[in-house]
Design a protein around this ligand. Structure first.
Ligand SMILES: Nc1ncnc2c1ncn2[C@@H]1O[C@H](COP(=O)(O)OP(=O)(O)OP(=O)(O)O)[C@@H](O)[C@H]1O
Ligand SMILES: [Mg+2]
Length: 230
């Protein structure tokens, strides 16, 4: 279980998150929704320990991890698929995947089940990451995160800017990770239809605060109009 209590996060002196309280149960799927610039990525970065300064308490399975460095949080079981994917373009697919394995608690190398989720990666192991399409890079970013053997995976707009034919494939894998592999998912998403299909719970952000949260069935059209329409 991942729990955020009274989290504030700062870029220098500017406060980007204010009083965030959120809980994601083990095996749950939470979607974080909201317009551009409301703090969704900042929330992911705060969970990972990538911000200049965060106050409040963050716990994983009852243990306070607020004081841990990013690599320790990764070892504790939190993996991150960043917005924009963060693939190293001059590293091969294999090398990008190997980076993920370094964050795993027990070194298992590039596990077969992960490659089987994304067969295209298997074919392209020796290609440079930078030569893959956007959709393939996204699949690589997810695979890399899975090789860290996470309990919780944070996915920041994983289908943003991806060709439609690959979007559905990526969405199906994300649902499968949760339902079949029991991985807890925190998904940042602008696509409400996918959030509804995939999630158990939602949180809506506005100006760095949670303005609504609950079971996904409570995500009404009114809330979407109010907090997501542009
Ligand atoms: N590196 C930074 N330095 C200073 N301010 C930042 C930085 N990154 C983001 N911000 C500010 O923090 C706020 C939240 O940004 P954030 O990137 O978390 O939003 P977001 O919800 O992820 O947006 P998007 O949907 O466009 O990805 C915004 O006001 C943004 O301008
Ligand atoms: Mg963002």
């Amino acid at each position: 279980m991942l729990e955020l209590t009274d989290i504030d996060a700062f870029y220098g002196n500017s406060r980007a998150l204010q009083g965030i309280n959120l809980m994601v149960g083990s095996g749950e799927f939470l979607s974080v929704l909201g317009r551009n610039g409301v703090g969704k990525t900042t929330l992911m970065r705060s969970i990972l320990g990538l911000m200049d300064r965060v106050t409040g308490r963050l716990s994983l399975d009852g243990t306070d991890i607020s004081g841990l460095r990013t690599h320790q949080r990764a070892k504790a079981g939190i993996a991150y698929v960043p917005q924009g994917r963060g693939i190293l373009p001059r590293f091969t697919v294999r090398e990008n995947l190997t980076l993920g394995t370094f964050a795993a608690k027990s070194a298992n190398g590039i596990e077969e089940w992960v490659l089987e989720l994304f067969p295209v990666l298997k074919d392209f192991l020796n290609r440079y990451g930078g030569n893959l399409s956007g959709g393939q890079q996204q699949q690589l970013a997810i695979a890399r995160a899975l090789l860290a053997q996470p309990k919780v995976i944070l996915l920041d707009e994983p289908t943003e800017g991806i060709q439609p034919n690959i979007v559905e494939q990526i969405e199906d894998v994300i649902v499968k990770l949760n339902r079949e592999h029991g991985i807890t998912v925190v998904l940042v998403e602008q696509n409400v239809a996918f959030a509804r299909r995939a999630s158990h719970r939602f949180a809506l952000l506005e100006k760095g605060r949670v303005v609504a949260k609950g079971a996904i069935g409570e995500l009404t059209e009114d809330l979407i109009q109010l907090h997501m329409a542009v």
